[in-house]
Design a binder for this molecule. Structure first.
Ligand code: ADP
Length: 291
């Protein structure tokens, strides 16, 4: 533990200067590829993410994603104080979000906040650079058309990886790819909107003011229905959130009928990261679009 504290002190010193002495460090999240540590100094608290990925710049991309989100939303997004590599560790040092009980207008503000974020729009889908969703690479090549972008840079890389890693057989790969032509015309035409990109309930935390704060994004300019579909996949968002979003930036009719298709992407992410327990959910959606 002594060694770890030396590392944390060095990170604080390099990013915040000599005033920030470590008073306490506690592990608060331990995932498959990251650890989350709360660092307390006499004046402040910080959230430190570390991982041991040697060749990949996941935490740098997360820092860039947080910066892009923060520049385009009134919701809290943790300030980034620094990122880099020390010894065997990659790290990302950010503002610590003190978590409190939700204010009565928490969900309403999240709905309005997401609608407002989605009003940050560009001409093309994608982003200047690739990034990651969890530990999986996310390709962001600029594309004019949502369907092309979605198939080529969201579905294909992950269904291909699942096949390569023997998570699915060849006949399911083929079945999956056969639905692509049937997706023609199902997405309403909309401007590419800035997305959080990994919007499940674990990535929205309640801050000290009882208001929502956004963490752990996988940003890009995409169809805004992606964020809304993802938020429905594992539950956890209150109806007030959807009502507030709808009043601020109404969705096109029949969103529900398209939701499964958007959610093929997060389900493929889960299939690749956590295994075949997520396959039946994908098979059910594909079945609906066969023939
Ligand atoms: P991972 O990239 O490993 O999924 P997350 O960014 O989702 O990690 O963080 C894991 C957990 O750590 C979150 O669910 C949240 O409870 C906590 N956490 C993340 N960021 C902060 C922060 N800036 N301040 C306080 N707690 C945080």
């Amino acid at each position: 533990m002594h060694d770890q504290n030396d590392l944390y002190e060095q990170i604080l010193f390099e990013n915040l200067g000599a005033d920030s002495l470590l008073k306490n460090a506690s592990l608060i999240a331990s995932g498959s590829h990251n650890q989350g540590i709360r660092l307390d100094t006499p004046a402040d608290s910080f959230f430190l993410k570390i991982n041991f990925e040697h060749e990949r710049d996941i935490l740098k991309k997360e820092a860039e994603g947080l910066d892009l989100l923060r520049a385009n939303t009134f919701l809290q997004v943790p300030e980034v104080f620094g990122f880099g590599r020390i010894g065997d560790y990659n790290y990302l040092l950010m503002e610590f979000i003190q978590q409190r009980r939700q204010n009565p207008n928490y969900w309403e503000n999240l709905g309005i906040g997401l609608a407002h974020l989605h009003l940050t729009q560009e001409q093309q889908f994608g982003l200047e650079k690739d990034n990651f969703i969890a530990s999986l690479q996310q390709r962001n090549i600029h594309t004019d058309n949502w369907l092309d972008f979605f198939i080529e840079f969201r579905l294909e890389p992950l269904i291909g990886k699942a096949y390569f890693d023997r998570l699915i057989p060849l006949d399911f790969l083929k079945k999956f790819q056969e639905i692509y032509p049937r997706l023609q015309g199902i997405f309403p035409e909309e401007k590419p909107a800035l997305l959080h990109g990994d919007l499940w309930s674990g990535n929205v935390v309640c801050n000290a003011e009882g208001q929502p704060a956004l963490i752990d994004p996988a940003v890009y300019f995409g169809h805004r229905e992606m964020d809304l579909a993802f938020s429905r996949l594992f539950g956890g968002f209150d109806q007030e959130f959807y009502d507030a979003y709808e009043s601020a930036f109404p969705l096109e009719p029949e969103f529900e009928s398209r939701m499964g298709i958007y959610n093929l992407y997060p389900l493929l992410v889960h299939l690749n990261l956590f295994g075949s327990a997520y396959l039946p959910g994908i098979e059910r959606i594909v079945k609906r679009f066969e023939n």
